[in-house]
Design a protein around this ligand. Structure first.
Ligand SMILES: Cc1ncc(C[n+]2csc(CCOP(=O)(O)OP(=O)(O)O)c2C)c(N)n1
Length: 572
């Protein structure tokens, strides 16, 4: 098709423009597109479906589609596309776009729009779409209905680049199409294969070696620890942390989302109970602390870290996370590279950090206290059952609210890898099941999602995504937003009505609506078998774990209190 024909108003021209756009988007590895149905988006949907190198997922609810795309992006590390029609449809992408923006996930939001002559005149399904994602898109592009093929391809490539560099995140392309949208002869919109028009990444930031040498020297003869915050599954920083800790002979406080609690050698000093033992204001502090990754789930760990006198933050970009503004030295550079260079500098100079096992002793005491509880929180058994039952490399999506905190509190070390995923950019309880379904699709493995009952309620229609997918959804049914029971709001007379808000749905019937098997579990003893059997089916399932909120809360309090005013065993 010539440029002149493409600029004309034929369905073939619209299709060619859509193909050029998607072809350009392939420049940084976009392979999957999540399409929601609509008329105005026809050229885009058709171009996606007829692209031989693209994998298309069709999800009717745009909100769910966007979270699914987010899960795909998390699992694959690749830019993931979304296509929807004009009007309110793309507005449903906003919650996932906000999460993707804050947690740096590459989404390409492609909204179809009406041509200019149908805007601002009361035409149906038309609104100002260009600035829908204003603050949350790394870049915004407009593709007019008259755009040439070259322009469409260029927009695709630029958008592909902007969603990956310098910082991954969402980009928005608003693409207008003029009717007719469907060609009389379907063969005139043929299948297409990608061209070769890559955009290649610049080298990642390398750390300043002189600064590294100074930092290495400052560790010598002093007692320290490493705090591993949230890392994306597969981030090479995880292995580099373990290697540096071995060189320095220091402990690693491992956030559950660091991934370091699973798949590491038995002699790595990985600590899992810091959220409990660091509740003690008298907990020992190291002389230095090296921080890697996003902030930890635990506020107590974060606060303790902020009180450590000499903190070195290894940051992969200039928008490093330091909410308490506590970082002493900030070392910019790819964290895995900084960690390895630091280990090399320490070894080369023959430096030794002073041995310090005060934290290890606290860990042992905290875990003993948990085992000794007469009525431990039921969620401890759930998390431990998942750690025991999940086959190696089973992706586990961990919902926000108490679930992610329970993984922090109770996830023990285990030998086999267990990649954990979560939406911690803005910590929403929305779209969690949709994201997990995207993770399952992206990983191509039987996946577990653990969600609260309100999080389930928020994303109920995502159960439709589990029907033909190996996603086992474990719902912790504790009668509403139990997390608020830990806050001062719990004492207010309006607590149940304004905060707890039990959804009051029959989870078994909800599962049945989507033709999913449902198992209700009242006893922790049944958990492992139920999880294993559900995973073995290779299909979706809903396991409802019933938790007595008050008992669980009392169990947690008993454990935490044992750390601050209980036995002083193992303290230093
Ligand atoms: C989209 C969104 N709305 C509201 C909140 C505030 N919020 C945080 S936790 C929570 C309750 C979650 O309840 P549930 O999913 O049942 O988990 P539980 O607290 O019982 O662990 C709410 C409403 C949020 N984080 N995200």
């Amino acid at each position: 098709m010539t440029e002149r024909e493409a600029a004309g108003g034929t369905a073939e021209a619209a299709y060619a423009r859509a193909v050029a756009l998607l072809d350009g988007l392939g420049a940084t590895g976009l392979e999957a597109i999540v399409v929601s149905p609509g008329s105005r988006s026809t050229p885009l949907a058709l171009a996606a479906a007829r692209g031989t190198a693209l994998r298309v997922h069709v999800i009717a609810d745009e909100r769910s589609a966007a979270f699914f795309a987010l899960g795909l992006a998390r699992a694959t590390g690749r830019p993931t596309g979304l296509v929807a029609t004009s009007g309110s449809a793309p507005a449903h992408w906003l919650p996932a776009a906000v999460e993707a923006c804050e947690d740096r996930q590459p989404l390409v939001l492609i909204s179809a729009d009406r041509p200019a002559e149908l805007l601002g005149c009361g035409a149906n399904q038309a609104t100002d779409q260009g600035s829908l994602f204003a603050a949350h898109a790394r870049a915004r592009f407009t593709l007019h209905a008259e755009a040439t093929i070259g322009h469409a391809h260029d927009v695709g490539r630029r958008a592909a680049a902007a969603c990956m560099w310098p910082q991954p995140g969402p980009v928005h392309i608003n693409a207008a199409f003029r009717e007719p949208l469907v060609a009389a002869d379907p063969a005139s919109c043929p299948a297409w294969s990608p061209g070769r028009a890559g955009v290649h990444a610049p080298e990642r930031m390398t750390p300043d070696l002189a600064a590294l040498g100074t930092i290495a020297a400052s560790l010598a003869g002093r007692r320290g620890a490493i705090l591993a915050g949230r890392l994306a599954p597969g981030d090479p920083a995880a292995a580099a942390i373990v290697a540096l800790a071995r060189t320095l002979d220091c402990a690693v406080l491992a956030d559950p989302l660091s991934g370091l609690r699973a798949g590491q050698p038995a002699d790595a000093r990985i600590l899992c109970a810091a959220d409990a033992f660091l509740r003690d204001p008298a907990a020992p502090r190291p002389d230095w602390l090296i921080r890697v990754g996003q902030p930890p789930v635990s506020r107590f760990v974060e606060q303790w870290a902020a009180r450590c006198p000499d903190t070195v933050l290894l940051a992969g970009s200039t928008d490093w996370a330091d909410p308490l503004r506590a970082a002493g030295t900030v070392l910019l550079g790819e964290p895995a590279a900084s960690l390895s260079a630091l280990a090399a500098a320490v070894s080369r100079a023959g430096l030794r950090a002073a041995a310090w096992d005060a934290l290890d002793r606290r860990e042992v005491a905290a875990l003993e206290a948990l085992r000794a509880l007469p009525t431990p929180p039921a969620e401890a058994a759930l998390v431990q059952a998942i750690a025991a039952a999940a086959p190696p490399e089973t992706p586990v999506f961990v919902a926000n609210s108490l679930v992610v905190r329970d993984f922090d509190s109770f996830l023990p070390r285990r030998a086999a890898p267990l990649p954990l995923y979560a939406n911690r950019g803005v910590s929403g309880i929305d779209g969690n099941i949709s994201t997990a379904a995207g993770v399952a699709a992206g990983c191509g493995r039987a996946t577990i999602a653990v969600v609260g009952d309100l999080a389930l309620f928020h994303d109920l229609n995502a159960l439709s995504l589990c029907r033909d997918r190996p996603l086992v959804v474990i719902v912790v049914n504790n009668g509403g937003g139990a997390i608020f029971g830990q806050l001062p709001q719990a004492g207010l007379p309006e607590f149940d009505a304004l905060w707890l808000t039990p959804p009051g749905i029959d989870i078994g019937r909800a599962a049945a609506l989507f033709e999913l098997p449902h198992v209700r579990l009242d006893a922790a003893a049944d958990l492992e078998t139920a999880i294993l059997s559900a995973l073995a089916t290779g299909r979706g399932a809903v396991l409802e774990f019933v938790v007595q909120r008050a008992d669980s809360h009392a169990g947690r309090l008993a454990w935490w209190n044992s750390q601050t005013c209980g036995s002083k065993a193992g303290r230093s």
